[in-house]
Write a protein that binds this ligand. Structure first.
Ligand SMILES: Cc1cc2nc3c(=O)[nH]c(=O)nc-3n(C[C@H](O)[C@H](O)[C@H](O)COP(=O)(O)O)c2cc1C
Length: 354
């Protein structure tokens, strides 16, 4: 099946501009998601054999398998209802910002097939928290879904760093009720200043405000506290990661997503002039290194979603060996196609069994 994609479908898709191919993928999944009986059939085909397989449990949620769709693919919550049919065990939508915004000028997404990499500078193009909340409200909510749904929140471009906390709070208020878990994304390289929110006082201010809002929300009748995760960049050094971990511990966050795309340009990519974040195979090692560091620093107690350069089952296994509880993919889907999800989920379940 993977060969079918790589020999027939991928060459056709790679004739198209990257973002156009991506939009076709989102449209196809949106169409599939509108056909629940077909989704259930595909989901049953992808389901892991029961014998010896436990669901993954993390931050109070149950995941039918360990593989999730990373943020950035489904920015506007159009594709996620079909994610379980592809074999995913969870899906993260977004990044969503409080305000609707167009993102950077196109072209803004580039493939590098020899390196099995992508560079993107999308710039959080999305329809905004209100429109995304309205779309989510038309579908089954938390507790009624096939798989957990994470919502990844970012800062609107027009919000200054000093307005960032209010901006995230506005998104939180509109979207928390629709999420199984929430992610504070402070690590995309394409919104000027965003990564500065990973620094000391600014990070503590953001985490303090959102965790307080989460507590206040949970105190309302019928509401629950939502698991909150932080998504970090691979370009932090270990001293900076220590500071991030201290803030995560101080405010009792539920986990970390490691990592986002990198600003590094290793090997032949050094000659590439495109600005943006690099993902795919060249990110694999650094992201695993960070997962490993976090796992050791927290004695394995902080749930880690490992993401970055999972292009084969060995790379996913490596993330688990490093301490990840769950993994996510994006660029692997571009290069390996939709059947890759099932192959990964099975390979990881087999490891659990042995
Ligand atoms: C085109 C593109 C857009 C992305 N957009 C987002 C985003 O909006 N928010 C986010 O947190 N990560 C975003 N990411 C990062 C991915 O979620 C992931 O962290 C990163 O690509 C590394 O994983 P991979 O090597 O499997 O792609 C994006 C990645 C790509 C390739």
């Amino acid at each position: 099946m993977g060969l079918f994609y790589e020999k027939l479908v991928r060459p056709a898709l790679f004739q198209l501009d990257s973002e156009h191919a991506h939009e076709l993928g989102v449209d196809a999944l949106a169409l599939l998601g509108a056909m629940p009986p077909l989704c259930r059939l595909l989901e049953a085909w992808n389901r892991l054999p029961k014998a010896g397989v436990r669901p993954v449990e993390a931050f109070g949620l149950k995941f039918p398998n360990a593989v999730g769709l990373a943020a950035g693919f489904d920015k506007n919550a159009r594709a996620w209802p079909a994610a379980a049919a592809l074999g995913f065990g969870h899906v993260e939508i977004g990044t969503v910002t409080a305000l609707r915004q167009p993102g950077n000028d196109r072209p803004r997404m580039f493939r590098y097939p020899r390196e099995e990499a992508v560079i993107n500078r999308m710039g959080f193009n999305n329809q905004g928290a209100e429109a995304v909340a309205a779309r989510l409200a038309r579908r089954p909510g938390p507790g009624h879904r096939r798989i957990p749904l994470g919502i990844n929140l970012g800062k609107s471009k027009v919000a200054s760093l000093d307005q960032a906390v209010a901006d995230y709070l506005a998104s939180f208020r509109l979207l928390a009720g629709h999420a199984d878990y929430l992610v504070l994304n402070v690590s995309s390289p394409n919104t000027p200043g965003l990564r500065q929110l990973q620094d000391g006082d600014r990070l503590r201010e953001l985490l303090g405000a959102i965790t307080a809002a989460n507590r206040d929300r949970a105190a309302q009748p019928g509401q629950t506290r939502k698991p909150l995760l932080l998504k970090i960049a691979p370009d932090l050094n270990f001293r900076q990661i220590d500071a991030v971990l201290a803030a995560i511990a101080e405010f009792g966050l539920d986990g970390v997503i490691a990592t986002n795309t990198t600003l590094e340009r290793p090997g032949a990519l050094a000659a590439v002039g495109e600005a943006g974040g690099l993902s795919g195979a060249p990110l694999r090692r650094r992201s695993t290194e960070i997962i490993n560091y976090i796992s050791r620093a927290t004695s394995g107690r902080l749930p880690i979603i490992g993401v970055g350069g999972i292009m084969d089952t060995a790379a996913a296994g490596e993330k688990f060996d490093a301490g990840a509880t769950l993994v996510q993919i994006y660029t692997g889907l571009v290069y390996r196609g939709p059947f890759f999800v099932r192959a990964l989920a099975r390979a990881l379940a087999d490891r659990q069994r042995t």
